[in-house]
Design a protein around this ligand. Structure first.
Ligand code: 13P
Length: 253
């Protein structure tokens, strides 16, 4: 049985004051979460607050990105070693917003994946199709390409130290959620693609759903056989909503 994971992707939101409030709110309720693993991914500048405020709690934290390079003359980038230095557990990799706004390719994302694993971080690899791609029947082709970027570069064993997040682009921040059946179909496809190389890794790897997951739809989504939790955007910015989704994770443990 895979442990459910609920991870909050705060994106470019929050401030010192908001981060403090939100982390305090999540801390206040985390005692009620018994089975699910819980993580928050604030913007880089607030990771120090996560390190300070989450010490000794069951709440893990991570980054929303990292550099594909180990160190050196890469202005503005943040390395895996630096994130490890701040106590990060996770690093989100290949989010569709980075693929779109920062022209990230599957090759770059595979390099980021390797950097994360090399430094003991757990990469959360995001895959997902646009509405146009779904409507033209290309969903499986697109998510396979995103997955294969890492599979081909690093082999199936790399997914022993990683998490996958299926995030249909058309469901992100739109309030339109994939139906549990739509999400389950893609999750099963992704797990099957890994199983073709290693059943053991396929049984182990957590595959999260992301895209307008909210307290009112989380339990049904996470209840699907191949959905092992959620990567939460908007609803992760309110402690009560985020904790309610964590409880849905618990209910499916
Ligand atoms: P929303 O939950 O706001 O749709 O965002 C999902 C997401 O992109 C998480 O990475």
């Amino acid at each position: 049985m895979r442990q459910p994971l609920i991870a909050g992707n705060w994106k470019m939101n929050s401030s010192k004051a908001d981060t403090t409030d939100l982390l305090n709110g999540i801390k206040a309720g985390i005692g009620e979460i018994r089975q699910a693993a819980v993580a928050v991914c604030p913007p880089f500048p607030y990771l120090y607050l996560a390190e300070e405020m989450l010490a000794g709690t069951a709440i893990a934290y991570g980054s929303q990105d990292l550099s594909p390079e180990p160190e050196g003359a890469f202005t503005g980038q943040v390395s895996a070693a630096m994130l490890k230095d701040f106590g990060c557990t996770y690093a989100i990799i290949g989010h569709s917003e980075r693929r779109l706004f920062n022209a990230e390719t599957d090759d770059i994302i595979a390099q980021k994946y390797a950097q994360a694993v090399k430094h003991g971080l757990t990469p959360i690899l995001c895959v997902g199709e646009t509405l146009e791609e779904r409507e033209s029947g290309k969903t499986e082709e697109v998510v396979a390409k995103h997955l294969d970027g890492v599979l081909d570069a690093h082999g199936v064993e790399a997914f022993k130290q990683g998490v996958i997040a299926y995030e249909p682009v058309w469901a992100i921040g739109t309030g339109v959620t994939a139906t549990p059946e739509q999400a389950q179909d893609v999750h099963a496809f992704l797990r099957g693609r890994i199983a073709a190389k290693s059943q053991q890794v396929a049984d182990l790897v957590q595959i999260l759903y992301g895209g307008s997951m909210k307290p009112n739809n989380a339990e049904e989504l996470i209840g699907q056989t191949d959905i092992d939790g959620g990567l939460i955007g908007g609803a992760a910015l309110k402690a009560a909503d985020f904790l309610a989704i964590c409880k849905a994770g618990d209910a499916n443990a």
